[in-house]
Design a protein around this ligand. Structure first.
Ligand code: FE2
Length: 321
């Protein structure tokens, strides 16, 4: 019997199916992002329109029908309220129609746990980087402990904002990486405080440089500076806590340069390093299904009529089975 997971915290509507930790399906549809960024009401309309299509696609990819599904999970948060609502309603429909238990999942826990599961590492130091989040964490006492994090915006947000200011299309981090190829280093503000870091000063300085320097040089320098900050703080957390491995996850984990820098740092300390296939770094339903299955197997009490979302669902407050 399988578990279905629904992810809808931002512009992706994802549906995954998992059975005993094995991923049988991971289907998604993504709202096309315009230059104006994400308008939550528009995205939630898109999710509502496509929810049943993505669920059908996932069932067909897993070669099963709804009769084979024994539980459902959904993203409770963090994320955009109107988008989270649609995922919760889709999961609620399955829960009521099929009479199966329903589990609320923390989005960040899901990114980390699916990566940890695929890595096979027992207790890694985690660098979780996405649009809205940039955190260094490890598991302690049944929940994730945040060792360090951004004190302002997420690194993904910084890259997207810069891409927009520089007139790149599409305006997101992977485009900055393309422009960065062949750039030369120019000095930019580097801010690490213990294991915390900030990105708005770096973003402002990079945008100010745009009229006088080449886009390639500024893209390259901003990326090198931001990623060095993340790697320095991760290295400190890794060594202070005596972990034997590092994992990288979240949307910005798709960056080849960040992977390279973390792999080099890990190898220099003889620590193992893992980053998952990009389908799990981007938002996806399989990670929600995986955690929901773990919650079910661990005897977590499923929800009844108390279904909620939480746009600011902090990872420390989410129990990890
Ligand atoms: Fe995410």
């Amino acid at each position: 019997m399988a578990v279905i997971g629904i992810e809808s915290s931002a512009h992706t509507f994802g549906v995954g199916i998992v059975e005993k930790g094995k991923i049988l399906a991971n289907e998604k549809m993504m709202y096309p992002i315009s230059d104006k960024g994400i308008i939550p009401a528009k995205v939630s309309e898109y999710h509502a329109k496509n929810a049943s299509t993505v669920i059908r696609r996932a069932l067909s990819a897993a070669h099963m029908g709804l009769g084979n599904v024994e539980a459902v999970g959904y993203t409770k948060g963090p994320g955009l309220g109107p988008c989270l609502e649609i995922g919760m309603l889709a999961a609620k429909t399955l829960h009521e129609k099929l009479g199966i238990p329903i589990y609320p999942v923390n989005h960040a826990v899901a990114h980390i746990e699916i990566t940890k599961h695929l890595s096979g590492f027992a207790d890694p130091m985690v660098l979780y980087v996405s649009g809205g989040n940039s955190q260094i964490l490890s598991l302690a006492g049944g929940h994730y402990h945040v060792h360090g994090e951004t004190l302002d915006i997420g690194v993904g947000n910084m890259l997207d904002n810069f891409a927009r200011a520089a007139g790149m299309k599409p305006a997101w981090g992977s485009t900055v990486a393309k422009f960065a190829a062949g750039g030369r280093y120019v000095k930019l503000p580097y801010t690490v405080k213990g294991m915390d870091f900030t990105f708005t000063g770096l973003l402002t300085a990079a945008i100010k440089l745009l009229p006088s320097s080449s886009v390639a040089d500024v893209s390259f320098s901003m990326q090198e500076t931001a990623f060095s900050m993340l790697v320095e703080a991760t290295e400190r957390a890794l060594l202070l806590n005596g972990k034997d491995s590092v994992i990288l996850c979240g949307g910005v984990a798709q960056s080849l340069r960040l992977r390279e820098m973390l792999a080099t740092m890990s190898a220099s300390h003889k620590k193992r390093f893992y980053v998952a296939d990009n389908q799990f770094n981007a938002d996806n339903g399989a990670m929600i299904a995986y955690v929901a299955e773990r919650m079910k197997e661990s005897g977590c009490t499923p929800l009844r009529s108390d279904l909620t979302i939480n746009q600011k669902f902090r990872i420390e407050t989410a129990g990890v089975p």
